[in-house]
Design a binder for this molecule. Sequence first.
Ligand code: PEP
Length: 246
Amino acid sequence: MKKLIAGNWKMNGDVAANAVLLQELLSGVRDPACAIAVCVPAVYLAQVQVLVTGSPIELGAQDVSAHEAGAYTGEISATMLKDFAVRYAIVGHSERRQYHGESDAQVAAKVGRALAAGITPIVCVGETLAEREAGKTEEVVKRQLAAVIHANGHCISEIVVAYEPVWAIGTGKTATPEQAQQVHAVLRAQLKAATPQAQRIQILYGGSMNAANAAELLAQPDIDGGLVGGASLKAPDFLKIIAAAH
Ligand code: PEP
């Protein structure tokens, strides 16, 4: 299976900086061994769509509405994203769960909307530091993924999963390759129980992945790529992570 390296720009960028970053990335990724995506702020989807069309870099969004259409001020529907050739949408990022109170049920509904529109949801799961220290890592990630499987069972093989320990996001603290692999194996087993096609579901690791630690993480048997925040904003670093994914 080809690995996937997806950048999560979060709430960063502007028109000028996006153009520079993408120009640097495009000139560095001529014949990549992995799939690549950049998940950009919604207001820049149109700009980035034009810049990446015809290149190996695919377009991603950072969220999608759980609703189909209508009176939901500020929301962006999956079909709207599809209008801009969006291929991936991050769903249930821990920052959405933490700062916007997104529940497992809402995340599952968002996954359903993305799938119905032909967008691949990158479903984020992960435990907080307190949950890890209480020995609850497995319980938490399995509960988060179970909600998505339960609501979307028939097309669950179309999702991408991202294991992102909350304590490792943006903190510079990375899970060790062994810690990450252990959780990825748990998630793989859960997916296997849900679909005979579990082996082809990409399970990404996210949480302070960078140019120095990517190769070791990506060498683990159940780590099929990375969801990269901070390091995706620096072209040389993101290119090194892409080069490590083969
Ligand atoms: C993320 O935002 O999904 C992420 C993993 O961020 P960082 O790489 O900065 O920890």
